[in-house]
Design a protein around this ligand. Sequence first.
Ligand code: IPE
Ligand code: MG
Length: 225
Amino acid sequence: MDGNGRWAGVRGLPRAAGHQAGAEAVRRTIRACMELGIEFLTIYAFSSENWKRPTGEIDDLLGLMRFYIRKELRELAARGVRLRFIGDPRRMPGDIVTLMEEAAALTSGNARLTLTVALNYGGRDELARVARAIASDVAAGMLRPEAVTQELIADRLDTAGLPDPDLILRTSGEQRLSNFLLWQAAYAEFVFTPVLWPDFGRADLEEAIEEFHSRDRRYGAVAPA
Ligand code: IPE
Ligand code: MG
């Protein structure tokens, strides 16, 4: 979800206004996914590198998260959304971690749409945390090095139990992954759109899905004759 700051900038508004409009785009996108029958949506809300931003902007982003989790939770729960969070919660403010845990617990029985929110998430950070946990199990004699397979690693990622993403969509014209789902993105299709995130809507989502369907996915094999 990129381009909130630029969206505000071209309107002469503070960056916080862009983040607020971006939060509305999140609501629209969740609704559109449900209407289109998409079962898994993961949104990159705050990266492990976003702490480099000015404190005021970090506070604005965290404040919006608090506000939206509180405000939207009941409705999301009622509509069959299962909420999940990925990332390292240890650097997040305690009250937000409590909200995250409550939201995940309240919606754990839902299955219509799994909405995964990446908060203080970084792909390299995730892999380093997994490597440390595995190393510590091996050192303690609880795990044999030969048992460290791709499946075991996948099961220990923050995304354990979630399917790998089929489509990764980035807005605002940037064409990079910026530490998002590094392991999980191995065979994802990438779609880039110049649309700034606060302007993103159902039509843009449908266009991206259409582009996705035009791709030939071979997973390293050759195309059937
Ligand atoms: C994405 O928009 C905001 C998040 C951190 C979720 P940006 O704040 O990166 O917007 P630009 O890149 O400055 O336009
Ligand atoms: Mg940006």
